[in-house]
Design a protein. Structure first.
Length: 115
């Protein structure tokens, strides 16, 4: 039987490593540093407006994951779920309202988003 805590920790390490490999060198797991519940799973310096919940499982109830992340929040942030199944790429899920806020925060030029 698989220990769900160990599996969760492994997922957090995989997400942290994925972020580091993709230019977010300062990404780290929150639990190993603060040891408190109610903080995001992985913290990225410079992205303090985001709350990350990592899920490493085959069958994810997206609504429950978003609800848990919202419950964990201490201040208002944009919530995203980083989800991975075995042998599959990472997927990001977020509330549509948060996605809209994220898109509108990007610089608009001539009606087009400039990244």
């Amino acid at each position: 039987m698989i220990n769900s805590k160990q599996k969760g920790n492994r997922g957090e390490r995989l997400w942290r490593d994925f972020l580091r490999e993709n230019g977010f060198a300062g990404a780290y797991r929150a639990q190993q540093y603060c040891g408190t519940e109610g903080v995001e799973d992985v913290i990225v310096p410079g992205m303090e407006h985001f709350h990350c919940e990592v899920k490493f499982c085959e069958n994810l109830n997206v609504h429950n994951a978003l609800k848990k992340a919202r419950h964990d929040l201490k201040i208002k942030k944009l919530i995203y779920i980083a989800h991975k199944k075995k042998h599959k790429p990472w997927i990001i899920t977020m509330h549509a309202e948060d996605w809209i806020n994220l898109i509108f925060s990007l610089r608009m030029e001539n009606g087009e988003i400039k990244l």
